[in-house]
Design a protein around this ligand. Structure first.
Ligand code: ADP
Ligand code: ZN
Length: 228
């Protein structure tokens, strides 16, 4: 049986990780795992865990590692784990310790690629300020590119809203945390020879085509890992 790729999506807030990870998951028939979506779902369900996570999220801080790693590990050890079939992680790992913990969770199975979706700071600031997201399925819109009916998701009919952490203050804190904590994750994968950089500027379709090319080129040059 052919396995799907095992991917990590990296990139600044607003680079388009979530949108592209969802498309890649569909294209390769792999599991899309977004820690931000998991935390938001827990927060809107109002669980104690979710409300604790929300306090960090609204300030633009990282949720503590033990919580985040536990959540990811749970998904990888549960029934229907994406370990064998392939996955795209979106929003994890976000600091060096999480990257090391991910290697442990994968239990010897190597990642294929970490992809840095590269978008300049002024572009992400503009995207985040106008970003609106579906509260049910996380589809992403923009004030300049709204859903066809006012603020009702085209995909699932859910309410399209502004995220509580898409405020000016939380955005600038998240970008700071990105520089301090997440840039070292790029270095971590670069040293392992697993980092690919993809230009994240352009239409969603342009970026998606670039990503598929990066992934397919990598897989055809490493047949052992693509087809064990
Ligand atoms: P963004 O990348 O725009 O910040 P996400 O939806 O990926 O959006 O994450 C939203 C928030 O969820 C983060 O600011 C953080 O508080 C929390 N979070 C998500 N992933 C992680 C992680 N791997 N480690 C710690 N906190 C996380
Ligand atoms: Zn939706």
């Amino acid at each position: 049986m052919t396995q799907g790729p095992r991917l990590v999506m990296l990139g600044k807030q607003g680079a388009g990780k979530g949108t592209q990870a969802a498309r890649l998951a569909e294209h390769y028939r792999i599991v899309h795992l977004s820690t931000g979506d998991l935390f938001r779902a827990a927060a809107s369900a109002g669980t104690r865990f979710g409300l604790e996570a929300k306090a960090y999220m609204d300030r633009g801080e990282l949720v503590p590692d033990d919580v985040t790693v536990g959540l990811v590990e749970e998904r990888f050890t549960a029934h229907g784990s994406p370990l064998q079939g392939g996955f795209v992680l979106d929003g994890f790992p976000r600091n060096r310790n999480q990257a090391v913990e991910l290697d442990r969770v994968l239990d010897g199975l190597p990642l294929d690629l970490a992809i840095d979706l590269d978008v300049p700071r002024d572009v992400v600031l503009e995207r985040l300020a106008g970003r609106r997201v579906c509260s049910r399925c996380s589809a992403v819109y923009h004030v300049d590119m709204p859903p066809s009916r006012p603020w009702i998701c085209d995909v699932c009919g859910g309410d399209v809203v502004q995220r509580d952490d898409d405020t000016e203050e939380a955005i600038s804190r998240r970008l700071e945390v990105y520089e301090e904590e997440t840039v070292p994750v790029l270095d971590y994968y670069r040293r392992l020879g697993k980092l690919a950089v993809a230009d994240g500027v352009g239409t969603g379709d342009d970026v998606f085509e670039r990503l598929v090319k990066v992934i397919d080129d990598w897989r055809s040059s490493s047949p052992a890992s693509a087809n064990p």
